[in-house]
Write a protein that binds this ligand. Structure first.
Ligand code: FRU
Length: 548
């Protein structure tokens, strides 16, 4: 089906066929980035889960390797589920993963590479004493999964955390070990938040308060904050909070209890389609990298028809926003720039109500970097204008379901990607500035997929959230477009939105790019650069493909 084959991405990681979900055990070893993932080798829907495996020199071009682990033991016969890698000081690697047993009980298992001299880590050995952990008293058999990377305790032991729930309270259990075979459960939890439900794929790591760099998972000290992230099984969003870790008892508390992990007020890695993510410390470049499963927003029938489901987001560098100290910033790994081909630069003044085609040729594989500024006269007028009253109810991107068609004096403005000439299909990515109840201006960053496709068997949400804008900053956005995925990074990656879109006409050469300013009053200057993006090599396994 040529219409559906258009949806396959050109520079996002995806298997050659069938179903994929969570990223697993990412790590850098002997010159190769390793990526493992939840994979169904038999169908384009979830089930029969094993570990897929691929390697890359640069996180962009990949070689698929044979399956790393299959469901061949009683303790994982219902599925080789999500897990994480830990690189030990002697350079050896341990992998902890959840097995769904023959009786569908969730247990934790240990595996390690058969041959550490093999940079490809092709063969994995499961520890004969598995499982190493079973659900503790008080935890239901299906609420105990997804062990993290281990970090060091002050006494030199290793510590891990595992997501769970008790009634409706999402929690993360903590265990100490010296050998990864036997474990001691701590009395206290890393953290828990009422009414958040099961915490899947918990992640826990340090971030630097002072420098925009990554920290190895065991690093701690006065200049360090700790992030707790959990994937909320109920809402399907990845929530995080910034806080303080107490190594003595293995607990963590958020800096602001009113925006705790999983609360509706709390922060998300991404406000779009983005789930079950996992970070790792890249010792090769001293950065922390975030991987995430980007599922489909079309129907299961369509997935079966096209023979595949899901992609991975472009790996993102993640760090604390040292300017606000309150949120993370994310950006596509710098290696993505190696795919940039020809570029065009634009400097435009957009009068209120303008929608302008951007001549970049085919617009299916793009990288866009843009800066917007509201003309000073317009802003002055806005502040002076008594008729622009504060909104009774705070604005939100999805409010009233009207998305980018909601206009006020100052917005929305941004780009429409994957659009037809007539805009019958389009996906606007935009800023919207509104006065809050407190009369202060707030900036929102949104993606409206409601008109992305005329197809009616796809989910077309309006995504987004508020984005912090500091004094003197211009409004900036970065957008990656790759066929059926749009990844948008607002204000240096303070607010990110990933969408899956399925246009029927805005495909191949018919896909266009527009820049717009739909403000009623304000004139906006837009300065931006658009690159055509090359396709990545994502090759099947062969001796030749992995030759240095
Ligand atoms: C998250 C998840 C994990 C589990 C895995 C199974 O998407 O449900 O909690 O380990 O997927 O595939």
């Amino acid at each position: 089906n040529s219409m559906l084959s258009w949806q396959r991405t050109a520079f996002h990681f995806q298997p050659e066929e069938n179903w994929m979900n969570d990223p697993n055990g990412p790590l850098f070893y002997k010159g190769w980035y390793h990526f493992f993932y939840q994979y169904n080798p038999n169908a384009a829907v979830w089930g029969d889960i094993v570990w897929g495996h691929a390697v890359s020199r640069d996180l962009i071009h990949w070689v698929h390797l044979p399956l790393a682990m299959v469901a061949d033991q009683w303790y994982d016969s219902n599925g080789v589920w999500t897990g994480s890698a830990t690189i030990l000081p002697d350079g050896s690697i341990v992998m902890l993963y959840t097995g769904s047993t023959d009786k569908a009980v969730q247990v934790q298992n240990l595996a390690y590479p058969e041959d550490l001299n093999d940079p490809l880590l092709l063969k994995w050995v499961k520890f004969p004493g598995n499982p190493v952990l079973v659900p503790p008293p008080g935890i239901l058999p299906k609420d105990f999964r997804d062990p993290t990377t281990a970090w060091k305790t002050p006494e030199g032991k290793w510590r891990i955390t595992i997501g769970s729930k008790i009634n409706k309270t999402g929690i993360s259990l903590v265990y100490d070990t010296t050998d990864f075979k036997t474990y001691e459960k701590l009395d206290s939890l890393l953290h828990g938040v009422p009414n958040t439900g099961m915490w899947e794929c918990v992640d826990f790591y340090p971030v630097s308060k002072t420098a925009r760099k990554g920290l190895d998972t065991s690093v701690n000290g006065p200049d360090v904050k700790h992030i707790v992230k959990a994937s909320m099984d109920d809402t399907r969003f990845d929530h995080y909070a910034v806080g303080t870790y107490f190594e003595s008892n293995g607990t963590w508390i958020p800096d602001d209890p009113s925006i705790d992990v999983g609360m509706s007020s709390s922060l998300r890695y991404d406000y779009g389609k983005f789930y079950a993510s996992k970070t790792f410390y890249d010792q090769n470049k001293g950065r922390r990298i975030l991987w995430s499963w980007i599922g489909e927003s079309d129907s299961e029938a369509a997935d079966v028809q096209k023979g595949w489901s899901s992609v991975q987001g472009i790996p993102r560098t993640v760090a604390l926003d040292t300017k606000t100290g309150k949120n993370l910033v994310q950006s596509p790994v710098e290696e993505i720039k190696s795919l940039r081909l020809s570029s065009k630069k634009f400097d435009l003044e957009l009068s209120p109500g303008s929608v302008i085609p951007v001549d970049v040729g085919t617009a299916t594989q793009l990288d866009i970097e843009a800066e917007f500024e509201i003309k000073k006269e317009s802003l002055d007028k806005f502040f002076g204008d008594a008729s622009v009253v504060a909104e009774a109810e705070e604005f939100s991107c999805e409010k009233n379901g009207a998305g980018s068609t909601v206009r006020n004096a100052l917005g929305p403005f941004g780009f429409s990607v994957l659009a037809t000439e007539s805009l019958s299909e389009q996906t606007p990515v935009y800023f919207y500035i509104a006065k809050g109840k407190d009369s202060k201006l707030k900036t929102f960053f949104c993606t409206d997929t409601s008109r992305s496709s005329v197809a009616n068997d796809v989910i077309k949400p309006i995504y987004g959230s508020v984005v912090p804008v500091l004094k003197g900053e211009k409004l900036t956005m970065r957008i990656l477009v790759d066929h059926s995925i749009v990844e948008a990074f607002g204000q240096g990656g303070r607010t990110c939105i990933t969408s899956r879109v399925y246009p029927t006409t805005a495909i191949y050469g018919a896909a266009k790019l527009f820049v717009f300013n739909n403000a009623l009053d304000a004139t906006v200057t837009a300065s931006f650069k658009v690159w055509q993006m090359n396709s990545a090599f994502i090759h099947p396994y062969s001796e030749e493909a992995v030759r240095a």
